[in-house]
Design a protein around this ligand. Structure first.
Ligand code: NI
Length: 196
């Protein structure tokens, strides 16, 4: 091979590699973080349960758990989701004690521990109602990438728009996947049972 041909090939190779690297770098920049780093959803938290007791992420370590954000004044999505979660937990029978579902309020202003206790008493006992200070709620919302916004109503009151994903977390508190409640309670319970 002539020296000139060799250097041409080398130049082409360098150009190709540089192009590939630029493309890869560009792809990393446009890809949402959730896709590349699923474990970055979730994290440590300190909140107050429905009995006024302080709980942290460590309180639920060692068991897979579900997390759902909402508020007690929610007219439809929250009660429906909590009802569906209860049905799934009912299907687990005594094994429900090996898991938990955390209902975290996005409306700490109105959702006191007393209010949460009263509200979740209609649902499965493995559903915990968690509230906290504004700062504590903001912190867990950030970690779970939850969107929530106050929306004023005509009567001078307000409602909340909020993310309605049910998060399935593993025994170490790491995010596995969104938990699908649109299938039958039996199917969802079988899926959850596999993680116990
Ligand atoms: Ni809701």
């Amino acid at each position: 091979m002539k020296k000139q041909t060799q250097s041409k090939i080398l130049a082409l190779l360098v150009a190709f590699l540089a192009g590939s690297l630029t493309l890869i770098a560009a792809l990393f920049m446009v890809m949402p973080r959730q896709v590349t780093q699923p474990s970055s959803v979730g994290g440590p938290f300190t909140l107050t349960d429905q009995n006024g007791k302080s709980v942290t992420d460590a309180s639920f370590k060692g068991e897979p758990f579900l997390v759902f954000f909402g508020f007690t004044h929610c007219p439809d999505v929250c009660p429906t989701t909590l009802y569906e979660m209860s049905e799934v937990l009912n299907r687990l029978g005594p094994d429900a004690n090996k898991t938990a579902a955390l209902f975290v309020t996005v409306d700490p202003e109105r959702d006191t521990p007393e209010k949460m206790k009263q509200y979740i008493s209609s649902f499965h006992p493995r559903i915990f109602g968690l509230t906290g200070t504004d700062a504590q709620i903001e912190a867990i919302k950030r970690e779970y990438r939850v969107f929530a916004k106050k929306v004023p109503t005509k009567d001078g009151d307000y409602t909340m728009d909020h993310t309605a994903v049910v998060y399935l977390m593993d025994k170490d508190g790491r995010f596995i996947a969104p938990f699908n409640l649109s299938r039958s309670a039996d199917e969802a319970a079988a899926d959850l049972r596999k993680r116990l």
